[in-house]
Design a protein around this ligand. Structure first.
Ligand SMILES: Nc1ncnc2c1ncn2[C@@H]1O[C@H](COP(=O)(O)OP(=O)(O)OP(=O)(O)O)[C@@H](O)[C@H]1O
Length: 307
């Protein structure tokens, strides 16, 4: 049997006056997947997440959430939880009271019983009885996540969930999201940063000025851009530059300095460079990609669209 789809979006268009925020966007997210939506500022990530959360309706295209077509009414589809532009919290209530208010609103007694557990999952037990007015951005993000967990979502939508989180906080939140996905829920989250997505997501959709520039597994994305920029530190930088300049198929990058050589070219050409350097008695002390393969592919795909 096919894995049920949590999100199936086809040909989604959304404009705000003259600004086309989404232009023929396709998105497929199966149950159990953590899917990253990545793109530069203004790419359309928040607009797309808002559609998945039922905060707005697309101008055209079709959208199915958890197997049900989304109509024209503004409503959070059943089984979906999350937030864009920060969670809505009552500042005069404590973290625990905020969650209790949500449980009361839903009239669900089992939700009320799960409050301590979700607070512990997101690491807010110690501040559970503090008013949220004084909460930092990271604490607000965690409480928003706790509120979403309380509803036991089958699709969780998060806008920049790692904003404001310190490295330990990120690790904890990522652990929560991975457990949720392992239990069969789908997670769609946005980020500006490939490294965040790399640590967490199975698949990624790269948006650039409202269009999908790439969608698929991270391994496929890394293979999209075979020619990376490499930094080379050699024992004799000047001589290394001369050797690089006479190596066929190699380009010397403008970022090169007196100490560091930046080159790009196919991997066999880089191999040839290293052999020639060693042959010329020049030691290679460092040879590393300037950006990770994923970051480089992301930049190449989004720069193409925005230039
Ligand atoms: N309510 C609105 N009214 C007018 N324009 C809007 C509105 N919401 C979004 N836009 C425009 O739509 C485009 C996409 O915006 P969106 O917020 O979805 O991008 P984003 O990828 O989430 O960006 P960021 O990373 O900066 O949050 C932008 O050009 C933005 O200015």
């Amino acid at each position: 049997m096919d894995t049920p789809l949590a999100v199936r979006a086809r040909g989604i268009e959304q404009a705000f006056g003259e600004v086309v925020a989404l232009d023929g966007v396709e998105l497929t997210v199966p149950a159990g997947q953590i899917h990253g939506l990545v793109g530069p500022n203004g790419a359309g990530k928040t607009t797309l997440l808002g559609l998945l959360l039922g905060l707005a309706v697309a101008d055209s295209g079709s959208l199915e959430i958890l197997g049900t077509p989304v109509g024209r009414a503004l409503a959070v589809p059943d089984g979906v939880a999350g937030f864009v532009d920060g969670p809505g919290l009552y500042p005069s209530l404590t973290a625990r009271q905020n969650l209790a208010a949500l449980a009361a609103l839903r009239g669900d007694a089992s939700m009320a019983k799960a409050i301590d557990d979700v607070l512990a999952q997101v690491g807010l037990t110690v501040v559970a009885d503090d008013r949220t007015r004084g909460f930092s951005l990271g604490m607000r993000q965690r409480l928003g996540l706790a509120a979403a967990l309380l509803t036991q979502p089958r699709l969780l939508i998060l806008d920049e969930p790692s904003n404001g989180l310190d490295p330990a906080g990120k690790k904890q939140v990522y652990g929560v999201l991975k457990r949720l996905a392992a239990d069969g829920a789908a997670v769609v989250l946005s980020s500006h940063r490939m490294d965040d997505v790399e640590a967490l997501c199975n698949e990624v959709t790269i948006l650039s000025t409202g269009r999908v520039a790439f969608s698929g597994p991270l391994s496929k994305l890394a293979g999209e851009n075979s020619e990376l920029d490499y930094r080379i530190v050699a024992s004799d930088p000047q001589a290394a530059r001369v050797v690089a300049g006479t190596t066929d198929g190699l380009r010397i990058g403008g970022d090169s300095s007196d100490e560091v050589l930046v080159v790009s070219g196919p991997v066999p050409v880089l191999d040839e460079l290293v052999k020639r350097l060693v042959h010329a008695d020049i030691a290679v002390r460092e040879l590393v990609p300037v950006a990770s393969p994923l970051e480089a592919a992301f930049l190449a795909l989004t720069e193409q669209e925005t230039n």
